[in-house]
Ligand binder design. Sequence first.
Ligand code: RB5
Length: 142
Amino acid sequence: MKIIVGSDHGGYSLKCLIIAHLEQQGIEVQDMGCYSEDSCDYPVIAKEVAKEVLLTKDRGILICGTGIGMSIAANKFKGIRASLCNDTYSARMTRKHNDSNILCLGERVIGPGLAFDIVDEWLITEFEGGRHERRINMLELE
Ligand code: RB5
């Protein structure tokens, strides 16, 4: 599985640590930016990652200062289920019940150790399907 990652300047440092954490495990990473701590706009990066996740069916990780802006922006895209998680329980459950395809993190909210645990839990947990499949399909109806 390839992981598509993106951040704004507020999430850049944590993104670099998470890329190293994933690559140490032999996981392929595609970095859609940003590429420095220079100020940039999180909706631009969220759009790039969301489009790539929809195209490739891989999963994505988006990081900004709070994780909130990234989650709002990514969830504008039909088929994206972006989950802001500050704890491992939420990371596990959003995979089991929501088939989350983008994980959002806030660099200014959690430390790297917890972020690594959240990422690992979110990556290994499978979607349960069943009644949850029906519910996520309802998210697309309008
Ligand atoms: C950037 O200062 C900050 O607003 C951004 O990283 C994010 O937290 C927005 O939701």
